[in-house]
Structure formats: C-alpha cells, structure tokens
Design a protein around this ligand. Structure first.
Ligand code: PGA
Length: 229
C-alpha cells in the first residue's frame, strides 16, 4: 500500500545488502529519510549466500551485492566500483614495498572470511589462478573483526576498500601485483518483479549518491599515495 500524494512518498522499503555495503548504505539512508519522511525502511545485512537465500524467497524489494547471481533470473544495474585490496597493519614489513609478488602473500599469516562470503570466493579464485596457497591462521565472519585482527598483528587479509571508510585507521593497503581485484556493486531484483514507487525512488536516489561515494573512496587512495611518497 503505497501512496504518492502531492509528491509525498509513503510506504515500506525492504533492503538487503552484502556486508561490505554496510559501510555506506546506512549513512546514505539518513538524507533519504529526510527527503521522504513517510518511508519506513528495513535493512538486512548479510553475506553473499544470505542474499541469494533472501532473493530466492522474495523477502526484500532491492538487493545490493557484488556478484550478480548466475542461476536466478534477475534485473541489475551497476552503481559503484568495489575493489578488493590487501590490508596489513601500518607498520608491516611490506608496507613500503612496491609491486609485491602475489606469491609473497603465501608467507604471511592470512585472515579469511567465512564460507558463503563473496569476498572469500573472489580471493580464492585469484589465488587459484596464480597457484598461491595462503596460510589461513584465522577465519572470521565479519569485516570489522578482520580489521581489528589485522591491526592486532594477527595477519593480513583482503577486503573491500570501502571497509576503510571513513578512514584507514591502523591499516595500510599493500601494493601487490594483480590487485586490486576488480569488482562492482549492483542493485539487483528478481526479473519481472514490479518495483514499488518507494523502491524505484530509492533506486534513483542511490544511483545519484553513488557518485559522492566514488569521490570519497578515491580520496582514500590519494591519502595513501601521499603517505608513501
Ligand atoms: P560478502 O560480500 O560479505 O559475501 O563477502 C562482499 C562481496 O560479495 O563482495
């Protein structure tokens, strides 16, 4: 039951996003809610596998994810890049090296996301392509926990660069060959599903807001450039 009276949009918006999208999606909801105070939002944050399950059961209006599902009939739109980078503590021995060989990562204790994670799948694929076997010291189901573990010196890991928003904290991005892993974020919904006015409004809002996020993220890599030069 969506009403669009005098431009005042009302109704419910159900979003499900992958874990790395939580670094910017909730923040963007603030201005959106101010623009449309009549819209009530529920936001689920889960990993790639969790999103597929929710989509299969038609539980949400829109999904934000990095890998468009291959076995489901969906409509999708790319809205932002989602590069995966190698993260280490700021004082790591490789922190100032250039063009580190990917094989070199095998010597480092590695922190891996849980099975079902899209990040893990992308990382594993790249390692398989280059015959690299990393030494997984720790498996963690949370990007934030991984960042803390890296800062604590437990090992290195590979995460979305957006997990560094709003700042890099105690971490640095290592300059490793074949990185960043190029990925993108997509807004996805089942083909043939009629989007509500509210969902369409959000879709357009996000496409626009993505431009600002792209600028912010670009400034992360600039900061790093200044530090190392
Ligand atoms: P994840 O999502 O939480 O499943 O790793 C990130 C991604 O798929 O890029």
């Amino acid at each position: 039951k969506v009403a669009d009276l005098k431009g005042l949009k009302q109704g419910q918006l159900r979003l499900a996003v992958i874990t790395t999208a939580k670094y910017f999606i909730p923040r963007l909801l603030g201005p959106f809610c101010q623009l449309y105070p009549g819209i009530e939002i529920s936001l689920q944050v889960t990993n790639h596998e969790g999103i597929l399950e929710r989509m299969t059961n038609n539980m949400d209006d829109l999904y934000i994810m990095s890998q468009v599902p291959e076995h489901l009939d969906v409509s999708y739109q790319q809205f932002l890049e989602n590069p995966l980078v190698v993260l280490a503590p700021i004082n790591h021995v490789l922190a100032n090296e250039k063009n580190i060989s990917i094989q070199r990562l095998a010597n480092e204790p590695f922190i891996m996301r849980e099975p079902g994670s899209g990040t893990r799948r992308a990382v594993q694929k790249l390692f398989d392509e280059h015959g690299v076997t990393v030494n997984v010291k720790l498996e963690l189901g949370s990007n934030e926990a991984i960042k803390q573990a890296i800062a604590g010196g437990l090992g290195i890991s590979i995460l979305s660069r957006h997990t560094l928003l709003p700042d890099t904290g105690d971490l640095t991005i290592l300059d490793v060959e074949h990185f960043p892993i190029k990925r993108d974020w997509y807004m996805v919904y089942p083909s043939g599903k009629q989007l509500s006015i509210v969902a369409r409004t959000y879709f357009e809002y996000l496409m626009d807001a993505a431009k600002q996020i792209a600028e912010q993220t670009a400034s992360i890599s600039c900061e790093r450039h200044h530090e190392s030069s």
